[in-house]
Design a protein around this ligand. Structure first.
Ligand SMILES: Cc1ncc(COP(=O)(O)O)c(C=O)c1O
Length: 411
């Protein structure tokens, strides 16, 4: 068999030259290319009219009053924590199983991060564990909830337990998903702000990019300032006191009023985002169909469990990841060996995620006892994300199913 490199990098064995299937991949078509080329030929490359249009379309799609587009989901989380008023001495809680950015954003604002054990089926922070954490630490100022793999699990319970504290939804996986009440994720029913990521493995992409959506106009205004160096351009909000010359507002004046960043999204990115947004339903439909086929094929396999697979959950998820839980010990193997076997068959898999409290940075900072997170530990021991993106053909999906089935039933 010939050895060659996959598009994602890394050696792989070719099975009859089958193309390598990563766990996620963007879907780009000619309309995306045309949209980007259109901006490249226009007057604006960085933040301009395409960003305004993308924000308006995004806000409308998720049912929020305001959308503030930025350079990444991480940047969006950072400025969301700042406008929530987090500062040194404060404390925020997030899910124990998530990407590090959900916790890092609290630290960027100078606050401390605490972790809440997950619910092993819904894969979000468990309301019971959250209630316990808030009882132990009533001084917590904010909660960053995470819609892991695209499912908004227990959003209403988390909002209610948070009481008056800020709730920021890390919905980086969840664009296009719905809450169990049927409303779109991002509409503000259960949080003060909601954050999306448009990284290429996400359901829609802008290359790199993110956004904060909110119904609060004052939060939106402050988010816009923070993404652009802390600058205010609206004369009626100037605070410097010398904005007039001969009775007129100086036409060139702007004021830096707070310490901000360059977190702007470019028009190039926004044009791609707008084009992708028009195909969000199509992407979701294909993701749902693949999830349905995987569910059907894996439902009765031994030593394999499917979290988030209740029909109600599948029906409303944003479907970013398809995660299976495998009892590797019962199969007399290890995850490393299992992943290696899949790779030999051209199938890429990944672990989402190592619990954040296990990361060396957080071990050094907080040295948390893993025993305090039994569900997260049990999840982490078994989780594996399978190839899951609209560009998978039916044949690709059947290849993944056949290979996993063979490995799991081989004895
Ligand atoms: C749950 C979660 N939060 C935040 C982020 C950060 O998003 P970005 O990569 O756009 O900065 C990611 C990225 O993968 C994520 O998975």
């Amino acid at each position: 068999m010939a050895r060659f490199r996959s598009a994602q990098g890394g050696d792989r064995l070719s099975c009859k030259s089958r193309r390598f299937l990563g766990y996620g991949r963007q879907s780009i078509d000619q309309s995306d290319v045309d949209a980007v080329v259109g901006v490249l030929r226009s007057d604006f490359l960085t933040q301009g009219p395409a960003v305004d249009k993308f924000e308006a379309a995004l806000a409308e799609r998720v049912g929020a009053r305001h959308a503030v587009a930025v350079s990444s989901g991480t940047a969006a989380l950072h400025i969301a924590c700042l406008v929530a008023g987090l500062r040194p001495g404060d404390r925020g809680l997030t899910a124990a199983v998530t990407f590090a950015a959900s916790a890092n954003c609290l630290l960027y604002a100078g606050a401390d991060a605490g972790f809440v054990d997950i619910d092993g089926n819904g894969l979000a922070m468990s309301p019971t564990a959250l209630a316990h954490a808030l009882e132990k630490e009533p001084g917590v100022n904010a909660i960053v909830s995470v819609h892991l793999a695209g499912l908004a699990h227990e959003a209403a319970a988390i909002r209610s337990l948070a009481r008056k504290r800020f709730v920021i939804e890390d919905a980086c996986h969840a664009i296009g998903g719905r809450y169990d009440c049927g409303a779109p994720i991002g509409c503000g029913a259960y949080s003060d702000m909601c954050v999306f990521s448009f990284h290429p493995v996400k359901t829609i992409t802008t290359g790199e990019g993110g956004a904060v959506v909110t119904n609060d106009g004052d939060l939106a205004r402050r988010l816009r300032m923070l993404r652009n160096h802390g600058i205010e351009r609206e004369a009626s909000r100037f605070v410097g006191g010398d904005e007039r010359e001969g009775g007129e507002v100086k036409p060139w004046l702007y004021e830096q009023q707070v310490l901000g960043f360059n977190y702007r999204m470019t028009d190039i990115q926004a044009a791609l985002g707008l084009s992708q947004l028009t195909r969000l339903e199509q992407f979701l439909e294909r993701r749902r169909a693949i999830a349905r086929r995987y569910d059907e094929a894996f439902a009765r396999l031994p030593h394999l469990h499917l979290p988030q697979s209740l029909p109600e959950q599948r029906g409303r998820s944003g479907h970013h990841l398809y995660i299976v839980l495998i009892d590797f010990a019962a199969l007399r193997t290890t995850r490393t060996a299992f992943m290696g076997k899949l790779r030999e068959h051209g199938i890429g898999t990944q672990v989402h995620y190592i619990p954040v409290y296990r990361q060396p940075y957080y071990v050094k900072r907080y040295a948390l006892d893993r025993g305090a997170f039994p569900e997260s530990e049990s999840y982490y021991a078994r989780c594996l994300s399978l190839p899951f993106y609209p560009g998978l053909t039916d044949e690709d999906v059947e290849h993944v199913i056949a290979t996993i089935t063979r490995l799991v039933t081989a004895g």
